[in-house]
Design a protein around this ligand. Structure first.
Ligand code: UGA
Length: 462
């Protein structure tokens, strides 16, 4: 082995080999939310025998029938194929799922309270059940986003409740995005394994080796910290883009081009630099808050994290003020809001900036009509009781004084702007809160266009 190859092996693990050449593991996955289901389906796709379990009996019954509890591109197809192949199973309890399994992934929720303190009730509950039903030598791998030292908590619980069974514990954070979770799982940028035992670490390396991704093996505390640090960095980048958009608006500069101009520098990069209404979802806001909380608890001052949160929190209200500056009093004004999900390609509305925006508009007396291609109408009505839910974007725009693009679903980029214009009130305005539309097409239909940090001057063509 050459020295270079040896160094690569040590840092990144073995090179990619076909899924089929690897030993099959018998795996259980505790929790059937986004992370749990995607992990279970993708590990089955890689050839392992996987049983996903959850105490929510209704959810399990519907998954056994092939219905997934949420919309996630490709997941239904992968899960259906693996169920048919007999590699993916569902169970309603740890007692059913754990016998005969060598690895169990914990992928349960870890909600945070308003101070950022994470609630580990579900992780502890999962560990207690594993202690009861897990077989000797079972490797317990945590995938939930958890505060640093949680692997120690799990290990202590297991050793106390089942001292004879020599369970292993590892941390293996996930970096899946809703909307592209299956692709993210199967084509990861990196795998992080936190483990204080080299045999267990090698077992996880082997599990992921077919994916051919750089693999970083660390201690458990470091792996747990990497997860928060990654999400917090993405959040910082987005808040920076948003703050820059504000500066650009006042300077009369074009933020998209500024971000392109700096993002072409490889040290900076172009990803996670789209300005707009701010970041939402069940991860970035929560993880930023939790990391700030942990930092404060350990005596540090998380000045950057606090600033990123503050910039983000004010985005929707700031955008409403901007609409008011253009339209004047919103009381009784018809406003169409396109997109309700926290991002495109998901039906998830948790911490959605689009909902914050639509709610604030309704609170100002605007008559809000909303549309989203995937979020079920009942969920929209629960989140926005004062808004009218429409079946298509054209119906949402009927009689509207302005339209706000709040979530950049691809389908909105190809709307018929002349049809929209015909449906709207006089002097129509399009507020593109995600800079996702072609301003010229909107303007050519006779609609005034306003983006985020986009200057009014026409861009010089490339
Ligand atoms: C995020 C991370 O990207 C994943 O790597 C991580 O695994 C996941 O959290 C998690 O912790 O489970 P996710 O919340 O699904 O994934 O969604 P993102 O694609 O990161 O988007 C988050 C929010 O930021 C959305 O509201 C999106 O609209 C917004 N965003 C994203 C921007 O405003 N600008 C951007 O340039 C990118």
């Amino acid at each position: 082995m050459t020295r270079r190859f040896a160094v690569r092996q040590a840092r990144f693990g073995p090179r990619r080999v076909g899924y089929k050449e690897r030993a099959m593991e018998r795996i259980a996955v505790c929790g059937s939310g986004y992370v749990g289901l995607v992990t279970a389906a993708c590990l089955a796709h890689m050839g392992h025998d996987v049983c996903a379990y959850d105490n929510d009996a209704t959810k399990i019954r519907s998954m056994q029938r092939g219905a997934l509890p949420f919309f996630e591109p490709r997941l239904e197809a992968v899960a259906a194929r693996e169920r048919k192949n007999g590699r993916l199973h569902f169970a309603g309890s740890a007692r059913e799922a754990l016998p005969g399994r060598g690895i169990v992934f914990i992928a349960v929720g870890t909600p945070v309270d308003p101070s950022g303190d994470a609630d580990l009730t579900y992780v502890r509950q999962a560990a207690r059940e594993i202690a009861q039903y897990g077989e000797p030598g079972l490797l317990v791998v945590n995938k939930s986003t958890v505060p640093v030292e949680t692997a120690d908590v799990v290990m202590r619980l297991l050793s106390r409740l089942a001292p004879q069974r020599a369970f292993g514990v590892a941390s293996n954070p996930e970096f899946l995005r809703e909307g592209s979770a299956v692709d993210d799982f199967l084509h990861p940028d990196r795998i992080v394994i936190g483990c204080d035992d080299s045999t267990a670490a090698q077992r996880l390396r082997d599990l992921y080796a077919p994916l051919g991704a750089p693999t970083l093996v660390t201690d458990t505390h470091t792996a747990e910290a990497i997860k928060y640090a990654a999400n917090a960095f993405l959040a910082l980048k987005i808040s920076y883009a948003n703050e820059l958009a504000d500066y650009c608006e006042s300077f009369g500069a074009a933020v998209d081009r500024v971000l392109e101009g700096i993002g072409l520098d490889r040290r900076i990069g172009r990803e996670y630099f789209r300005p707009g209404l701010g970041f939402g979802g069940s991860c970035l806001p929560k993880d930023l808050l939790a990391l700030a909380h942990m930092a404060r608890k350990s005596g540090s001052e998380p000045a950057l994290l606090d600033a990123a949160l503050a910039v983000n929190a004010r985005r929707p209200a700031q955008f409403v003020r901007r609409i008011e500056r253009t339209l004047g009093d919103l009381d009784g004004a018809g406003v169409a809001v396109l997109g309700v999900a926290f991002k495109p390609l998901t039906d998830d509305t948790r911490e959605s900036p689009a909902i914050a925006l639509a709610g604030a508009l309704a609170a100002k007396g605007a008559e809000v009509r909303v549309h989203d291609p995937e979020v079920p109408a009942a969920a929209v009505r629960r989140a926005l009781p004062r808004a009218l839910v429409c079946r298509n974007p054209y119906a949402a725009c009927a009689g509207a004084r302005c339209v706000v693009l709040a979530t950049e679903w691809p389908v909105y980029a190809t709307l018929d702007w002349h049809r929209i214009r015909a449906a709207m009130d006089a002097e129509p305005v399009m507020f593109d809160a995600r800079n996702a539309l072609d301003a010229a097409s909107v303007r050519s239909a006779g609609i005034r266009y306003e983006g985020v940090g986009r200057c009014a001057r026409e861009p010089v063509s490339a």
